[in-house]
Design a protein. Structure first.
Lengths: 675, 362
């Protein structure tokens, strides 16, 4: 027993539990905004909440605490780092006009000991940035009355003023340099001996002092508080911190000043960093519309696991620029980066680099010439974007031609619809709530399921090979997993072999409840099953003498926290939508179309307007036009559009799924015969 | 009953006969006439005269002198064999007519009228079989749906193979019940009889279609890659097959062969059946086990990738050839089959890209 406990302790020592306050989202892209305004409006906060990681000036804590609260309310998963410069400060800010909204800087400035300034051999303070003077982070600096160097004081300031405030998940030390001898033409006197330090002296004193400051910060703030740096990447700091920002990527100061050098640093150092690793690539362009530069930075970032930031330049990090690519969810990464021009060589160099994700791939051309790549047995779609429609034209592609220093985010062409019922083999168009086609139409088909039957695939965060599904087959419902049939049953008896309508409640990739209704030819009897195929209840949603079937859907349409069964009348009946409890008790009903239309209606339920409450989407059955209508749970018409030419009369099937991976449900309208 | 009759006569006696005896005489006369006529009718009905027609001397303009006719054994023996009782709608029914005159004199003016009892099917044409081995031994005349022989000699069997064509608007599987009505003169006596024929099963028709698209008729992009196709770059097209059965069928198979620079991308979408690609034979094969008459779900789509070579510059590129299909009609047991035109990048059915398929260099 003692040996076992000892072994357990050893295991715990070797693999400490990561009890982190902040966690990283598992899907890409990861977005960062380096937004250094000292005050934030509510509107800015609302917009900033869209990013995954924010580097905000520490003064926001004092000037706009409600904005920070609002950001967290809108985006509970956001990581917010407090920005401060590690080695410089506006001297006397507390007494200047600009100090009015610089409470923390004033506090810091007031406590700066005169012996902490970095000086040249003549005792003059050194400045590396307008209006600021540098501080000596080495132990060569003097001490204050509390016997502290600046590298002792700064960590205490960060811990006491920032970490303990509860507003931030971490601190962002700007100018986390590993060397300093390049400053002021090398005229530095870190050890205060009145002599100009040699390059080695200056750099060694600086890096040792800086490391001491980081270690002390870590000791004070603990493991759960993120420490990020910005500057040239210095290996000796990396085990202490959670990551580095590569500002002005690919910057002249980073690892040789090339794209390959920056990428090497970007990919190499996170392995040394503490969890959660937060490497950030920041690309600057003074032109918001330089989409090529934007894409080159984004796709380069996506070759690794870091966060991407695109803004103006080092003098003005305060943009809220949002791009079409930001709306895409590529899902979890499925490969490391690889060079298509030298497939077996993982050394970073100019090339055509690619990385694959669950829902797409990114390709970067870091060479100086145009590159063309032909996909073999792969099909991708470009984004359908508004900002650079010539590039992001939404087209399916079989090859890609990329300009030098450009990149592309490509979506995998999907043959299936997840988390919503679809008819295997139907052609589906993809619309947003406004009735705009947001993606190419495509056939929803998998040969793993019977052709022409209804299928639901529950998609969680599993790998592509895992598959939980439910489908109909000649009057039968089959529940399967990974190609194995788990349960099958005939809702209406084995003699009823007509096609069925099927709906399911899906929770985190698994079925909770299933509902069936016959198609035309069967009575409007709704059967409710538990996930293991046990009948819970059944009821007739409409007049039991009718033989037009009944379409079914599931969702919490009235916001009461309970799932409701929503039904659509079949052929021969008025186009009535009815909402029942899962026990079959009618809650409410409304007409989806003119009551004279008796071609039957198809329905689907989901939160298409992202208000947290499920909506009801209807489409007419055969003989009706392709008129899609979206209702609230109370039957209020929210939107409507025609999914195909108005003369089309063969009926629509409706599915709701995030078809373009933007995090919102799209309305998919299925037809069996477009040609 | 007797009482009622007796009462009636008493009443007539008192009211008519006693006042005037002529009433009685008239009634007796009428009753006598009625009874006599009834007796004649019954007698004629029961009378079997056993007349030998051959011994009747008919006028010369009706029959020859001394005819020898046995009505129980009419002179004409006709045997009409239906060679195939299941046919396709657009094919003919082959029959063989064998006639023999068992009488002692020639049969004159023989006619055979072929009549369909199924109102939906009308005999449109009769042709003499051109088969050299059909064993035809006697000339006959065909006029519309009537077959005539002016003179059939005694004792010698004659045969003739014919093709019978039907006309109909019906496209579904069907059963034709039909017969031959024969008329002829023998010893100037008109003889008529009906010859039943074996029922004909008309097979259902299965039709198939194939089309190639880059964009759907409503503009959705289905294919990918450059259009017009560019040498050495892949362009993907979607091919659609459909089957339209007018009857119930089994074992539908439709296939196409891909040229060397065209490959199947593994992308497909079916509403029925299974689709496979045989890499060795380069054949796409679509199979459906059972098809119901009038079904609208027999559709399959699949994606082909063309990588044109320099020899194809300025030409449309072949995408699939040797398109053929077949299926077995359940009702008739017959196989139906057909061939379709090859598919190429001319995109004949693609409203958006029609004529935009000539390969270019770059």
């Amino acid at each position: 027993m003692k040996k076992f406990i000892g072994f357990l302790l050893l295991i715990l020592a070797l693999f400490p539990l990561n009890l982190q306050a902040a966690s990283l989202k598992s899907v890409y892209p990861r977005l960062a905004n380096y937004y250094l305004k000292w005050e934030l409006s509510d509107d800015e906060a609302r917009q900033l909440a869209k990013w995954d990681l924010l580097v905000l000036d520490m003064e926001v804590q004092e000037n706009s605490p409600e904005a920070l609260d609002l950001i967290r309310e809108l985006n509970p998963q956001v990581i917010i780092l407090a920005y401060l410069t590690s080695q410089e400060i506006i001297d006397g800010i507390e007494n200047s006009a600009g100090g009015a909204n610089a409470y923390l800087r004033s506090e810091l400035s007031r406590n700066i000991d005169s012996s902490w300034w970095l000086k040249d051999q003549n005792g003059n303070r050194v400045s590396n940035w307008p209006y600021t003077y540098m501080l000596n982070l080495s132990d060569g600096a003097g001490k204050n009355s509390d016997n502290q160097h600046f590298n002792d004081y700064l960590p205490e300031f960060v811990n006491n003023k920032l970490a303990k405030s509860g507003f931030f998940d971490g601190v962002f030390y700007d100018n986390t340099w590993g060397d300093v001898a390049w400053v002021n033409g090398g005229n530095l006197d870190l050890n205060n001996d009145g002599q100009k330090d040699t390059v080695a002296q200056a750099n060694n004193l600086w890096s040792a002092g800086f490391k001491k400051m980081l270690e002390k910060t870590r000791a004070l703030v603990g493991d759960n508080f993120i420490i990020a740096g910005n500057g040239n990447t210095f290996a000796d700091y990396q085990k202490i911190i959670n990551g580095m920002m590569l500002e002005s990527f690919p910057s002249s100061w980073e690892n040789g000043g090339t794209w390959a050098g920056s990428m090497d640093s970007y990919l190499k150092f996170p392995a040394l960093n503490r969890y959660p690793q937060v490497p950030i690539i920041n690309v600057n362009k003074k032109n918001q519309l330089d989409y090529s530069a934007f894409r080159f930075g984004l796709t380069s970032t996506l070759l690794g696991n870091g966060f991407y930031s695109f803004d103006y330049d080092t003098t003005a990090h305060n943009q809220l620029w949002w791009y079409d690519e930001y709306d895409i969810n590529l899902g979890p990464a499925r490969s490391a980066a690889y060079n298509l021009l030298d497939i077996n060589n993982s050394v970073w160099k100019s090339g055509l680099w690619r990385r694959d994700f669950k829902y797409g791939s990114v390709i970067v051309n870091s060479t100086a010439s145009s590159q063309q790549y032909v996909f073999k047995q792969e099909e991708f779609e470009k984004l359908k974007g508004l900002q650079d429609p010539l590039f992001n034209n939404g087209q399916k592609i079989s090859y890609l031609k990329l300009a030098p220093k450009d990149g592309a985010v490509l979506l995998k062409k999907s043959d299936i619809i997840v988390n919503s019922t679809f008819v295997n083999g139907y052609f589906y168009r993809v619309f947003n709530l406004q009735g705009q086609q947001v993606k190419n139409g495509a056939f929803a088909y998998s040969n793993a399921y019977p052709a022409g039957e209804q299928v639901i695939i529950a998609d969680g965060n599993r790998s592509e090979t895992e598959d939980v599904n439910m489908y109909t087959k000649s009057g039968q419902v089959v529940l399967g997993k990974n190609g194995t049939r788990l349960v099958s049953f005939y809702p209406y008896g084995s003699l009823f072999r007509k096609q069925l309508n099927l709906a399911a409640e899906i929770n985190d990739g698994y079925f909770k409840l299933a509902v069936t209704g016959p198609t035309t030819g069967g009575g409007p009897q709704v059967m409710v099953y538990s996930a293991d195929g046990k009948l819970k209840t059944s009821f007739f949603a409409y007049d039991k003498k009718l033989r037009g079937g009944v379409s079914v859907a599931l969702g919490d349409v009235d916001g009461d926290g309970q799932i409701e069964i929503v039904t659509g009348g079949g052929k021969g009946d008025e186009p009535t939508v009815k909402i029942f409890t899962t026990g079959g008790k009618l809650k409410t009903s409304f007409l989806a179309y003119d009551k004279r239309f008796k071609g039957g209606i198809e329905i689907a339920v989901g939160d298409v307007n992202a208000d947290g409450q499920a909506d009801i989407v209807t489409g007419p059955g055969p003989s009706g036009g392709p008129h899609v209508r979206i209702f609230s749970g109370s039957g209020e018409l929210m939107a409507q559009f025609f999914a195909f030419d108005a003369s089309y009369r063969e009926g629509l099937k409706i599915s709701l799924s995030d078809a373009n991976y933007d995090g919102n449900l799209e309305i998919l309208t299925g037809v069996k015969n477009f040609y | 009953m007797l009482k009622r009759i007796s009462r009636h006569f008493k009443w007539r006696l008192e009211k008519f006969y006693r006042p005037n005896k002529w009433h009685l005489i008239l009634d007796i006369s009428l009753i006598t006439v009625i009874v006599t006529l009834i007796a004649i009718v019954i007698g004629l009905y029961l009378y079997n005269p056993k007349i030998d027609l051959r011994k009747i001397n008919l006028p010369n303009w009706i029959a020859p002198a001394n005819p020898q006719i046995d009505l129980n054994n009419p002179p004409l023996v006709a045997d009409i064999k239906v060679q195939k009782t299941s046919i396709h709608l657009d094919s003919a029914v082959e029959i063989e007519i064998v006639l023999k005159n068992n009488g002692d004199d020639n049969i004159k003016n023989l006619s055979l009228d072929l009549v369909s009892n199924n109102r939906d099917f009308v005999i449109s044409k009769i042709e003499a079989s051109s088969d050299a081995n059909s064993g035809d031994t006697y000339p006959l005349k065909i006029s519309g749906t009537r077959i005539t022989i002016s003179d059939l000699p005694v004792g010698i069997p004659v045969s003739k193979s014919l093709k019978i064509f039907f006309k109909t608007d019906v496209k579904t599987a069907n059963l034709i019940n039909w017969q031959a009505n024969a008329e002829y003169y023998f010893y100037k006596q008109l003889f008529k009889n009906t010859i039943p024929l074996a029922d004909i099963k008309i097979a259902g028709k299965i039709q198939a279609g194939a089309a190639v698209y880059y964009n759907s008729p409503q503009g959705d992009q289905l294919g990918s890659g450059p259009l017009p196709p560019i040498v050495d770059l892949p362009t993907d097209f979607w091919i659609f097959f459909k089957a339209e059965p007018t009857g119930d069928f089994n074992n539908f198979v439709m296939s196409a062969k891909l040229p060397e620079n065209v490959s199947f991308t593994d992308n497909s979408s079916l509403l029925a059946g299974n689709l496979t690609y045989n890499k060795d034979t380069r054949q796409i094969i679509w199979k459906i086990d059972n098809l119901s008459a009038g079904g609208d779900d027999y559709r399959a789509g699949f994606e082909l990738e063309l990588v044109p070579d320099a020899k194809q510059i300025g030409k449309t590129a072949l995408l699939a050839s040797d398109l053929r299909f077949q299926a077995e009609d359940i009702f008739s047991g017959l196989k139906d089959s057909g061939k379709l035109e090859s598919l190429d990048t001319d995109l004949e059915e693609d409203l958006v890209n029609k004529g935009n398929g000539q390969v270019i260099g770059e």
